[in-house]
Design a protein around this ligand. Structure first.
Ligand SMILES: Nc1nc2c(ncn2[C@@H]2O[C@H](COP(=O)(O)OP(=O)(O)OP(=O)(O)O)[C@@H](O)[C@H]2O)c(=O)[nH]1
Ligand SMILES: [Mg+2]
Length: 128
């Protein structure tokens, strides 16, 4: 991300439940976007989470964490509307799951074209 990314202001992280969205954001920013007590207790994202990442070029990019559980799909849709870029996380131990497909369908419906696939849970798989 060295180059200026003038067209990228808002990024959402999407994935099937438990594929590591919130963990990835914490690794990138140092912040936990699961801010509600219920989310911490249940270890699951329910509501949208908001933070930011400063690029080396000095630009600040907003990051939205969305829930992966199918019951909270309405919050996921609200979170990705208007995003310039989406990171689609896929946990390598499970691969493509129902909400991976559903989230991609929603991107297509909303006309969001820029996305990066992030393979997660790779190291623990290698250790098996
Ligand atoms: N081994 C391993 N575990 C991971 C990795 N990333 C996340 N986890 C674990 O997977 C579980 C779920 O991680 P979360 O970051 O909460 O997943 P999520 O996609 O935000 O989940 P929802 O928002 O509820 O859909 C947690 O116990 C994490 O510690 C990874 O790269 N490797
Ligand atoms: Mg989460």
């Amino acid at each position: 991300m060295e180059q200026k990314m003038e067209s990228i202001r808002n990024v959402a992280i999407i994935a099937h439940v438990d594929h590591g969205k919130t963990t990835l954001i914490k690794a990138l920013t140092g912040r936990n976007t699961d801010r509600w007590e219920e989310e911490q207790r249940r270890g699951i994202t329910i509501d949208l989470g908001f933070t930011y990442f400063d690029l080396p070029c000095g630009d600040r990019v907003g990051i939205i964490d969305v829930p992966g559980h199918e019951r909270f799909i309405n919050n996921m849709v609200a979170g990705v509307v208007g995003m310039d870029l989406v990171l689609l996380v896929i946990a390598a131990d499970e691969g493509i799951m129902p909400q991976t497909r559903e989230h991609v369908d929603i991107l297509n419906l909303l006309g969001i074209e820029k996305s990066i696939i992030v393979l997660n849970v790779v190291l623990s798989l290698a250790n098996d």
